[in-house]
Design a protein. Structure first.
Length: 488
């Protein structure tokens, strides 16, 4: 009689919130060698646009309707350099759609120098003829940013209060490492997209131990803004080491040109993961998912500790999240073996609910969480992101659901020998089935939910001694253990 009751209840499906619509699945790298260091990416008008360092006199852009498609997208030459002392070694292109004297245009900033690398690097900018990121482009000029037109690289535009600022990297003594210089971050206001109002003003030097591995370096600044807060993220330490990483400043004062208005976050946001085989993950930019609901990072990294600062680096992308205190959480760089869901809203699919917690019915102060990739129900989860999941369309059946970790993108709740763990998607059919569940009316309370295993339909997610498993359910206590609520 109990079996009949459970089966009948499983057939009563309660309405579920709209699921997020992830894009086409992909694996990192999104773009391979050789033109894949120092990546910039954005989604605009139905396509992703991608540019990176070429080490040559050419600037190349890729375009694709999906993130996955960038890997095989054609490289289009949008500009060939021929300016004095700027015919080679193109680094770190950064595109920005800005209002200029000629209306709204794309401005493409880049570092370049002579054929001999690398002391001749200076900043330059191009302007598009219209609003197509593919151009055509015309050369607008070099940006004089340092005394005696000194060395400068890695520039990008940050807009605060409707004012455009140019942020870049240079030496604090304009002289280089050999003269005891610190490669630091500078800022200036732009009077128009190709004209700095003044020479750069220093806002950050590499003074912390994690910024000084190999050489003391702050470079690659790129803005990240949310809920009225401005973070200037940057790459730290020498790019030739596996400890190249990402840090951040926050604008805590009112004037971006005032060094005291910036507060440096004490710890790096993103760094090597030996467990995932990712080294030197940095020099990055950020972009939104097509539906605007998700924030994403694109960065370069190496596959071994011995690879350095050259063409071995490949471009990788993953979704980021936000901490409860409003600071960015970039997570951990994902293994290239992990299959990731593409950005929400790709190919016109609208996004919806992206982040939820899963509350226990009979221990309502406890929520599903992962701890060292084991899963259980706990109260007062710290960090809170360990109990947050993206509830997405089922990996094996889009009418079901899967649960992706917020702080470990590409990792899903998956049963293995009936025990639930957080594991990276390895792309196999078995993994997809093990990580897929049918949401049905709660076995203990139909206003709640239960989650039936996709490939073992007689079993449900339940907690036993607070540990999550999939088990057959028969008693009232077991039904309570197998009942949950998705909550924001």
């Amino acid at each position: 009689m109990i079996t009949v009751l459970v089966t009948a209840m499983a057939l009563i499906v309660t309405p579920t919130p709209a699921l997020a619509a992830p894009g086409a699945s992909y694996q990192n790298p999104v773009v391979g060698t050789p033109n894949s260091a120092d990546p910039w990416m954005s989604y605009y008008n139905g396509n992703y646009y991608y540019a990176a360092t070429t080490w040559t006199g050419k600037i190349l852009i890729r375009r694709s309707a999906t993130l996955a498609g960038l890997k095989t997208a054609a490289e289009t030459t949008v500009f060939t350099m021929s300016q004095p002392n700027a015919v080679s070694n193109m680094w770190a292109p950064s595109l920005h759609l800005l209002n200029g004297p000629n209306g709204q245009r794309w401005y493409l900033y880049y570092s370049a120098g002579p054929s001999a690398c690398c002391g001749g690097q200076r900043q330059h900018v191009l302007e598009s003829a219209g609003t197509d990121p593919m151009g055509p482009y015309t050369y607008k000029g070099a940006l004089t940013l340092m005394p005696n037109n000194g060395w400068s690289i890695d520039g990008s535009v940050m807009t605060v209060g409707g004012v455009n600022y140019f942020v870049f990297s240079a030496f604090n003594n304009n002289g280089g490492f050999e003269n005891g210089g610190l490669q630091s971050l500078f800022i200036t206001r732009l009077t128009n997209p190709w004209t700095p109002a003044s020479l750069g003003i220093i806002i950050s030097e590499p003074t912390l131990a994690w910024e000084r591995v190999g050489n003391p370096v702050n470079e690659g600044p790129y803005v990240l803004q949310r809920n009225g807060r401005t973070f200037l993220t940057y790459s730290a330490s020498f790019c030739g080491t596996p400890d190249y990483k990402i840090g951040a400043l926050e604008l805590t004062g009112s004037d971006p040109l005032n060094r005291s208005a910036w507060t440096k976050l004490a710890n790096p946001l993103f760094q090597r993961s030996d467990a995932n085989g990712v080294y030197g993950p940095a020099h990055h930019s950020f972009f939104k998912s097509p539906d605007g609901t998700e924030d994403w990072i694109v960065y370069h990294a190496n596959d071994s500790t011995s690879q350095g600062c050259g063409t071995t680096r490949t471009s990788r992308a993953q979704r980021i999240s936000w901490n409860a205190d409003g600071t960015p959480n970039l997570g951990v760089p994902v293994s290239t073996a992990t299959v990731l869901a593409g950005p929400s809203g790709e190919l016109g699919n609208p996004g919806a609910v992206t982040v939820q917690r899963i509350q226990s019915y009979n221990f309502q102060d406890r929520f599903v969480r992962h701890s060292n990739f084991a899963t259980r129900i706990d109260a007062n989860v710290t960090p809170a992101l360990d109990s947050q999941f993206r509830v997405v369309a089922g990996l094996a059946d889009s009418t079901a659901v899967s649960f992706e970790s917020v702080n470990f993108p590409g990792h899903y709740l998956r049963h293995n020998n009936y025990v639930l763990r957080l594991e990276p998607n390895n792309g196999t059919a078995t993994f997809r089935q093990d990580a897929t569940f049918r949401q049905v009316a709660g076995l203990a309370d139909s206003s709640w939910s239960s989650f039936q295993s996709y490939n073992f339909p007689t079993r449900y997610i339940r907690h036993s001694n607070y540990v999550l498993r999939i088990d057959p359910v028969s008693t009232a206590a077991e039904r309570a253990d197998a009942t949950f609520r998705r909550t924001s």
